[in-house]
Design a binder for this molecule. Structure first.
Ligand code: LMR
Length: 393
């Protein structure tokens, strides 16, 4: 039986990790996978995370199962961080296996509710969105999003494509810090998208994986809050991997905002059922770290301060890279790097140019020219800027 298996295409992002490791050149630069690195190149355990882990270790008396939905403390605290005011009469939520698990189960939930569900995703989007849907056999189409000329959002194209969504379809939106482009909607544009969703009856699924990495914790959640306030049904898949730096703990949350308490209860039951089918109880350690931090004023303040440092470091690198490229190119055509938000920017280079960066300068980025800003530091920014110009980008 097992010999019947077909080889699977490797994940383009994760493949880069191995390729980079195998490269023996001095001064190689990894701008591939979306992991934050501090100026020393380390992905640190955040101070508040360490403190919370110590507290958990000292006080935890059992490792017995939690509930299928995970701990209520965690779900309430994280829902509060994301939504501000939590609409308890509408909100169903379950802890998930990272943000990826939340996306996967949001799609499963949508298909349980609507077997003919069709999903609309931005062109481009995180490649794993597409991979999961292909694997599940969920039909999808792409809506225009990235304007290759301006490296901003093709908003007219996006609106025209979304207007074709049907009632009961899912529209997958990046809540902030669009991955892979770094180009984001303004709040006014979000309002227009909401009006289209309202008109068509399509349901938003918001992927929120980078809250706190763009314009700040509350500012980054504002579009999600606006959608949640404005539309009767909303799905939200949140990740704590990046903003708490707990990537390997697989800590996420799937939320469904329903029209009434009856639909909320049905959603809660279906989401707990899906947890049971997929893995039974969700991982607890990361969730417990998050709830320990969010429910303790001092830990929360320290965590938020460290997250702000991370965000400001990335903004500083964006400004530095845009300024270096302005000087080297004698034009402002790279200024979009300073305007983009989050970990990533899509440079708009060809795959040949990306390959040249790798072969000539040992600089690794995803083939679509997505670069991870957090993989840079003040010393490597000028090296990248020079290499970008040398590669003819
Ligand atoms: C990324 O886009 O690099 C991250 O979300 C990590 C991943 O799992 O792909």
């Amino acid at each position: 039986m097992l010999s019947n298996l077909k080889p699977q295409a490797p994940d383009k992002i994760l493949m880069l990790i191995e390729e980079f490791k195998a490269d023996t050149r001095q001064g190689k630069i990894d701008l591939g996978v979306g992991v934050y690195k501090d100026p020393q190149g380390v992905t640190p355990v955040m101070r508040a995370v360490k403190a919370a882990e110590q507290r958990i270790w000292e006080t935890q008396t059992t490792k017995a199962y939690t509930g299928l939905a995970g701990e209520a403390d965690y779900r309430n605290a994280l829902a509060g961080m994301i939504l501000g005011a939590v609409p308890a009469d509408r909100l169903a939520s379950v802890a998930s296996v990272g943000g990826t698990g939340a996306i996967r189960q949001a799609l499963e939930l949508a298909r349980m509710a609507n077997p003919d569900v069709h999903v609309h995703v931005s062109d481009p989007t995180w490649p794993n969105h597409l991979s999961i849907m292909k694997f599940m056999g969920v039909p999808f189409s792409e809506y225009r999003y990235f304007d290759a000329a301006t490296r901003g959002v093709d908003f007219e194209g996006m609106k025209a494509d979304l207007a074709r969504a049907a009632r009961g379809d899912i529209v997958l939106l990046h809540g902030c810090c669009h991955n892979p482009t770094g180009a984001n909607l303004t709040l006014e544009q979000w309002s227009e998208v909401i009006a289209i969703l309202d008109r068509t009856g399509a349901i938003p699924l918001i992927d929120l994986a980078y809250q706190g990495f763009g314009d700040g914790l509350d500012a980054d959640a504002e579009p999600t809050r606006l959608v949640a306030r404005s539309l009767p049904e909303v799905l939200i898949a949140a990740s704590c991997s990046k903003n708490f730096g707990i990537y390997r703990e697989r800590t996420g949350l799937l939320m469904a905002l329903a029209q009434n308490t009856e639909a909320r209860d049905l959603s809660q039951g279906a989401m707990a059922f899906l947890n049971r089918q997929n893995f039974s109880f969700p991982p607890d350690h990361g969730a417990r770290i998050v709830s320990t931090i969010l429910t303790d004023d001092a830990l929360r303040a320290d965590w938020a301060a460290e997250l702000e440092d991370v965000r400001n470091t990335m903004l500083g690198l964006r400004d530095q890279l845009a300024a270096d490229l302005r000087e080297l190119s004698g034009t402002d055509r790279f200024d979009f790097i300073a305007h983009h938000r989050g970990m990533f920017s899509r440079l708009g280079a060809t795959s040949e140019q990306v390959a040249k960066l790798k072969s000539d300068a040992a600089i690794y980025m995803v083939g679509d020219s997505r670069l991870n800003i957090a993989g840079l530091n003040r010393d490597t920014v000028p090296v990248l800027a020079r290499a970008i110009i040398d590669a003819g980008i």
